[in-house]
Design a protein around this ligand. Structure first.
Ligand SMILES: NC(=O)c1ccc[n+]([C@@H]2O[C@H](COP(=O)([O-])OP(=O)(O)OC[C@H]3O[C@@H](n4cnc5c(N)ncnc54)[C@H](O)[C@@H]3O)[C@@H](O)[C@H]2O)c1
Length: 460
């Protein structure tokens, strides 16, 4: 018989997982404490903004419904994925408050359920949280025993916002942290049926899986920060070009091309907090996660260093237009975005800031508390600018032309292009001072500096 699934938490990850599992032909019940999310799903509308989510919900509405009642969902299904928020606290640890509430309710439902039920925690947590922080609640509330009466797994997903449905169904691997063979084996079979590719399943203990999840993000951010360091170096090498360097580096199979693009730092709801979580975890062991801490430090200090390096160009009285307030293209999410950070920091320094983002303007407005003017038209925004900062490689920004950076009465507009997306169009334009971060813009000065350095025999 086909498995039936409940998804507890219909947010950015859970809503897409619910739709994706229904798309693969399984019955899914979504649960949320937010009545609006439940009503939207029952109306075949997306509770959150995500690529193809509403379409997938509509196409699979026969197999998809939502409820506020966890009890009903647990009783009517075989496996529950718990995907509730685990917000970071001041120490960098992930709070289990939402997960505790959800596990208590699941425990109550298991108390009256006759059949085996597999509980799968998908939210990001620190090592030890599932077994020692949450399992006791399931056993207390149900009066039953894990392994005998119900199963428990920790199984996070590796997705990117904007492609959650695709990424969930086509992972590089699935990760199953299992309480025992029965629960892990059952979840592995579920994934075999749900996933569209034949991804390998990595099965392990719950704690190893909890560590793997945050370690993966920590490693990826270390790679991003490495490319950002190279981007900085390339500005001081005659004809330096970070894309040439990373393209060659990435051809080495030990390194690979993904997430190896020098630019501005990373942001979003996951990457920044996972390094802090790894550092906190190390601390609880009496150890230090130097690599994670350094990556976090480098990333957080990057926009300030950029502002510092541009201070001779951005003069008082100028207006800076920030193109891109989301943390990445095609996203409404502004959490830990570099665009928001730059807007806030420059505005605090008394610089007038205007901004444009194709999708995140509205969310950013709440975040920036009217500190800056956010335009709904890119050309109106550019008509205010003395300086333009392009913070994300969005298609709309890639389509800009040299003439878009003309303004009556302004001789030269300064364009700082963190992703070098307009290099061919803007370099050598007389009305633009173009600064492609990660590329050398003064070959002579840098050649002379190197010549001087190596002419001094003490350096050889
Ligand atoms: N968003 C991502 O890209 C991503 C990626 C990987 C992992 N995660 C992890 O997944 C978890 C959820 O993230 P998200 O971005 O989907 O969060 P979110 O805030 O978008 O959604 C969480 C949902 O859970 C609901 N909820 C809270 N308590 C509940 C309860 N007791 N019962 C039922 N529903 C409840 C909320 O109302 C909300 O709709 C977090 O631990 C996050 O770290 C997220």
């Amino acid at each position: 018989m086909d498995m039936r699934y409940s998804i507890i938490g219909l947010g950015k990850l859970g809503a897409s997982m619910a739709a994706a599992i229904a798309k693969r032909g399984f019955q899914v019940i979504g649960v949320d404490v937010n009545k609006n999310a439940v009503d939207l799903l029952n109306n075949s509308e997306a509770p959150v903004q995500e690529t193809n989510l509403e379409k997938t919900i509509k196409e699979n509405k026969k197999r998809l419904r939502a409820t506020l009642d966890i009890n009903e969902a647990v009783l009517d299904t075989d496996v529950s994925f718990v995907i509730v928020p685990t917000p970071s606290d001041d120490r960098g640890a992930f709070s289990l408050d939402y997960a505790r509430t959800a596990f208590q309710s699941i425990g109550k439902a298991i108390a009256i359920k006759k059949k085996y039920h597999n509980v799968v925690l998908t939210s990001t947590v620190l090592p030890g949280s599932t077994r020692f922080g949450l399992l006791p609640l399931l056993e207390q509330e149900s009066g039953k025993v894990c392994g005998r009466d119900f199963g428990l797994c920790y199984s996070p997903e590796f997705i990117a916002l904007g492609s959650v449905i695709h990424d969930f169904l086509n992972p590089d691997f699935t990760l199953v942290g299992e309480f025992d063979e029965r629960a892990g084996g059952m979840l592995e079979k579920c994934y075999e049926q749900i996933m569209e590719n034949n991804s390998p399943c990595k099965r392990m203990t719950i704690e190893n899986a909890e560590l793997t999840k945050i370690a993966l993000n920590s490693f990826v951010t270390m790679k991003i920060s490495f490319a950002n360091m190279l981007a900085n170096f390339c500005q001081f090498i005659p004809e330096g070009d970070v894309d040439v360097v990373t393209d060659a580096l990435g051809a080495d199979q030990r390194i690979g091309h993904k997430y190896l693009k020098g630019a501005i730092g990373y942001g979003g709801p996951c990457f920044p907090r996972d390094n802090k979580a790894l550092a906190y975890t190390a601390q609880t062991f009496g150890l230090k996660a130097d690599l994670a801490e350094t990556t976090d430090y480098l990333n957080r200090s990057l926009p300030d260093k950029m502002i510092q390096s541009l201070k001779n160009l951005i003069k008082p009285g100028m207006t800076v237009a920030i193109l891109g307030l989301a943390y990445k293209p095609d996203s409404h999410v502004v959490e830990e975005s570099q665009g928001i950070y730059l807007a806030r920091k420059l505005s605090e320094q008394g610089i007038r800031i205007v901004a444009y983002d194709p999708l995140a303007g509205e969310t950013a407005r709440g975040e920036l508390e009217n500190q800056i003017r956010i335009y709904t038209s890119i050309s109106e925004c550019l008509q205010q600018a003395d300086v333009v900062m392009i913070t994300i490689p969005d298609q709309i920004f890639k389509a800009l032309k040299a003439d878009d950076f003309r303004r009556p009465g302004l001789q030269e507009m300064i364009v700082i292009d963190f992703w070098r997306i307009l290099y061919k169009k803007l370099i050598n334009q007389p009305h633009i001072t173009y600064i492609p971060v990660g590329r050398c813009i003064d070959d002579n000065t840098n050649s002379n500096r190197l010549a001087k350095l190596w002419a001094d025999t003490n350096n050889i």
